[in-house]
Design a protein around this ligand. Structure first.
Ligand code: SF4
Ligand code: SF4
Length: 188
């Protein structure tokens, strides 16, 4: 394969001083500021009703609506009897590009269900939120629709979601949720 060498262009005197670029940045910021100031002032007096100025969400009191297909914190779904739908097939663990799913399979007492997970951990410190685990699951046992986006921790260990935590989120969330993790309840 041919390699094309590109020589870096020499900066001009004015580019080396940065002054024109700084002035350009100040001009852009000032232009937006005065435009928004004019629109919102005019709207106060009943003018410019169709113009739209910049809007800022007053986070955390005000949250931006979530897109319906946004991938948020995982949850494990349950069967009617409350048991995890997961059959420990390892498809999600295998497909995960970040290698952040850790499953241990156990023999299920029900002869119609071959296996179930005795351990199901997701390390959120490694997860890249690609959604492959959801796509790969043949049982619809894992979803990423909780609407939970805020999950920081003070240690790597706390970033690991175990089966208990994932099952505590098993209920389908309300439309366009913005939630924080609930306290973990006993898993069934
Ligand atoms: S979202 Fe992607 S990186 Fe995260 S656990 Fe699923 S497959 Fe792995
Ligand atoms: S969550 Fe789905 S893909 Fe992952 S082990 Fe369980 S059944 Fe298989």
């Amino acid at each position: 394969m041919a390699i094309k060498r590109i020589e870096a262009r020499e900066l001009t005197f004015w580019e080396r001083t940065y002054v024109p670029e700084v002035l350009k940045g100040v001009w852009i910021t000032a232009r937006h500021f005065f435009r928004n100031l004019w629109i919102f002032t005019a709207q106060r007096f009943g003018l410019k009703k169709t113009s739209r100025g910049a809007e800022t969400y007053q986070y955390p009191e005000e949250r931006r609506p979530l897109a319906p297909r946004l991938r948020t914190l995982h949850r494990l779904t349950k069967r009617e009897d409350g048991a995890p739908r997961c059959v420990a097939c390892m498809m999600c663990e295998t497909v995960c590009p970040a290698r952040c799913i850790f499953i241990t399979a156990g023999e299920h007492p029900n002869p119609h269900i071959e296996k179930y997970p005795t351990r199901f951990d997701i390390d959120l410190g490694l997860c890249v939120f690609c959604g492959y685990c959801v796509e790969a699951c043949p049982e619809d046992a894992i979803r990423m629709d909780t609407g939970i986006l805020e999950f920081s921790a003070y240690s790597r260990e706390e970033m690991v979601m175990d089966m208990k935590k994932l099952l505590a989120l098993s209920e389908a969330p309300p439309p366009n949720p913005h939630r924080t993790p609930p306290p973990v309840e006993e898993a069934h």
